[in-house]
Every structure is written in C-alpha cells, then in structure tokens.
Design a protein around this ligand. Structure first.
Ligand SMILES: O=C(O)C(=O)C[C@]1(C(=O)O)C=C[C@@H](O)C=C1
Length: 283
C-alpha cells in the first residue's frame, strides 16, 4: 500500500462495506496493514459518513469494475462528499456459487448477491440457472449470510465469504470474464498526498450546457499533454438532463502541467471539484 496510507496513524479504523467477507473487506485489509483496525458498515453511503464524521480515518469503496463499469452509488457519494482519494487499488474478483452444506441438489429457489456481482455473472447465470429468481442484496457477504441460514438460497460471493459463513463452493470462478477486476478508492478527510512522479488525479466537472462544452473540457488535456485514464458521466441531480463528468488523468495536482489544466478548466466549466491526487496502482 502507498506511503499516504501507511502514514495514517496506528490503531485507527478503515471503514468498508460489510459484513465480514465482502470484496471490500479484502480491499480494506490490504490498505489497513498491521496497524489499522477494520470497521464494517452497512452500505457504501455509510463508508463515506463514517469517514466524514471522524468515526473512521479511512474508507475503502469500489468505484469501477472491468466487466460491469461504474459503481453508481460510489460516484453519487463522490459528488456530495468533502473527502479526497489518497490511494487506489485493484482487486481480482473471482465469484463462486455458494450453497448451504445441508442443501440437497435441486433445492435452490433463489440466488442472492450484490447487484454488481449478479451483473458480472450474468451469462453464467443465464446458462446454468435461467429459471431461478436472482435478488440483489446489500453486499456479497450479506448474501452469504442469507445462504448460511437458508438452504433454499444460494449466494454469489468470494472465497472469504464462503469460509466466513461456512458455505460449500458448488461452482468456482463463475464470473463471465476470467480477469474480472474491481478498482477501489481509499478516502480520507485531509486528502494530502505528495507527488510520487507516477500519480493519478480525479476531478468532477459540471459542464456548461452549450455547444462544444465537452470539446472545451478536453482541449487543455491535449494542450498540456496530460493523458486521460477515464471519463464517465452521471446525471447531475440539480436539474433534469444536466450531467457531471468524472475525469481521471495521469499526474498530481502539484505537477505544473496538471495545475495549468485545472486552471484552464475553471474558465470553461460551471463548477469543478478536485477529488484527489494519489499514486497510480497497477491494474
Ligand atoms: O459485495 C461485495 O463483496 C463488495 O465489496 C461490493 C462489490 C461492488 O460494489 O462492486 C465489490 C467488488 C465486486 O465488484 C462486487 C461487489
């Protein structure tokens, strides 16, 4: 994990989407290391709230998946939050079809999982269980917990959830894409990081509702040769059919070229928000 994370003081908590056994738990464990404790919370919104309120020092949230794309709840929370991203990490996501050890073959009446995971296994589910109802629940570990108390219910979740809730792995590696990966963000209140020479910056941009607005947003990146790594749109929520752009690009806010881009963007947008600069992880 990056220096920015290891600099967080000892014995402080890292909040993540719980309960125990989610992929978010795995991601949070990697960033907590030996020194920080782990704090499961009920939702992604609660991760933001825990860090904003000072009940946790850091929060770990999924932001995008290589199969399913953006995690919308996280994007929406990023619009409203004052937290900054201080690190990113990529986690390979291997899904499993988990059943209660006492379940008989043919007993499964419903399949539960987080909606991102159901999406990541859509083709497999269509091929193997076309007639069984799929229901999305708050997290994969919540799904595993349900399967542990009901032999009619199967869960889609990771190995950590299988061992935590003592479920049987009936089918392993059922995600539609073998190299399925989720990118997580590490959030903090103060958000201070130093340039490492290999960083990324995330910003949020409210575009003008005028012809050429997106063209003008992209022009400074071309002018200062700053490479974009992601651009994503979400409804802005402060008007019908107005949009906000999430833009990730290479470089740190302290780098001269990035400063130039940011200052030119402030002149051609309605509003711009710095979501943080952080060391680039290998995905
Ligand atoms: O339910 C979990 O295990 C989570 O940590 C959530 C989540 C997500 O929201 O994307 C995390 C990684 C996987 O992409 C699937 C689910």
């Amino acid at each position: 994990m990056s220096d920015s994370v290891s600099e967080a003081a000892a014995n402080l908590a890292v909040a993540f989407l719980g309960p125990t056994g989610t992929f978010s738990h795995e991601a949070a464990s990697r960033c907590a290391g030996e020194t920080m404790s782990l704090q499961p919370v009920a939702s992604i919104d609660d991760v933001f709230l825990a860090v904003e309120a000072g009940n946790a020092e850091l929060g770990v949230v999924p932001v995008e998946n290589s199969t399913e794309g953006a995690v919308n709840t996280t994007q929406d929370c990023l619009v409203e939050t004052s937290l900054r991203t201080i690190a990113e990490l990529y986690l390979p996501i291997q899904h499993n079809f988990l059943v209660n050890p006492v379940a008989e073959p043919g007993q499964i009446r419903r399949i539960v999982s987080h909606k991102q995971s159901l999406g990541q296994c859509r083709l497999w589910l269509r091929e193997h269980f076309p007639a069984i109802e799929c229901q999305d629940v708050a997290s994969n570990a919540e799904a595993a917990r349900m399967a542990a108390s009901d032999p009619d219910t199967a869960a889609i979740a990771g190995e950590l959830a299988a061992s935590t809730y003592q479920l049987k792995i009936l089918h392993a590696g059922i995600q539609d894409r073998k190299n399925n990966t989720t990118r997580f963000l590490v959030l903090s209140r103060d958000g201070k990081t130093s340039s490492t020479g290999c960083d990324k910056t995330s910003i949020l941009v409210y575009a003008e509702n005028k012809p050429g607005a997106l063209f003008r947003i992209l022009a400074p990146f071309d002018k200062y040769q700053v490479s974009l790594t992601r651009i994503e749109t979400r409804p802005a929520r402060d008007g019908v059919w107005s949009y906000v752009f999430f833009i990730d690009f290479e470089g740190h806010m302290d780098d001269p070229a990035v400063r130039q881009v940011f200052s030119e963007l402030t002149q051609c947008t309605v509003k711009i928000k710095n979501l943080g600069s952080y060391p680039r992880a290998i995905g």
